[in-house]
Design a protein around this ligand. Structure first.
Ligand SMILES: [Zn+2]
Length: 148
């Protein structure tokens, strides 16, 4: 049985939800895509935006472009208080639980957007107590709080 299912989300259109209780550190779903070189990323205008949210750093030489329909994991929404994390092992990228997740909870991770002058273009509707209202990575959220 799959650990997740696709469902309507309050955060953004649709999302992935836990289909059963998931223990901390469980590999939930592979973040599928195409391995490309950093050079290809530099040369392709598709990745011009710093916030190419489906692009993951694999190592010094390679990135993974997950911007494909078959990559179900791309439906996972951002949250300011996420229950998952995405990281690579070898040339594969996986979504892992970072705490115990209850059946029916929406799966989320921190999109890791940097703080810049465009941050207001990416509002966050995660609804968590920690929400700062915009999609900005955890380490930079204090900047937004200061501005309030
Ligand atoms: Zn939020």
């Amino acid at each position: 049985m799959k650990l997740y299912k696709i469902k309507k989300s309050k955060i953004d259109n649709i999302g992935l939800y836990a289909n059963k209780d998931i223990k901390d550190r469980t590999k939930i779903i592979e973040y599928k895509g195409k391995i490309i070189t950093k050079k290809q990323v530099e040369d392709d205008p598709k990745f011009d935006n710093e916030k190419a949210i489906y692009l993951f750093n694999i190592n010094k030489k390679y990135d993974l472009d997950g911007d494909f329909k078959y990559n179900t994991a791309r439906l996972i929404n951002h949250s300011c208080d996420p229950n998952c994390e995405v990281y690579g092992t070898g040339l594969k990228v996986w979504v892992y639980a970072i705490r115990n997740i209850k059946k029916g909870e929406e799966l989320t991770y921190d999109y890791g957007f940097g703080y810049d002058e465009h941050y207001k273009d990416f509002p966050c509707k995660c609804g968590s107590k920690k929400c700062v209202g915009y999609i900005v990575r955890e380490g930079s959220r204090w900047r937004i709080k200061v501005q309030k």
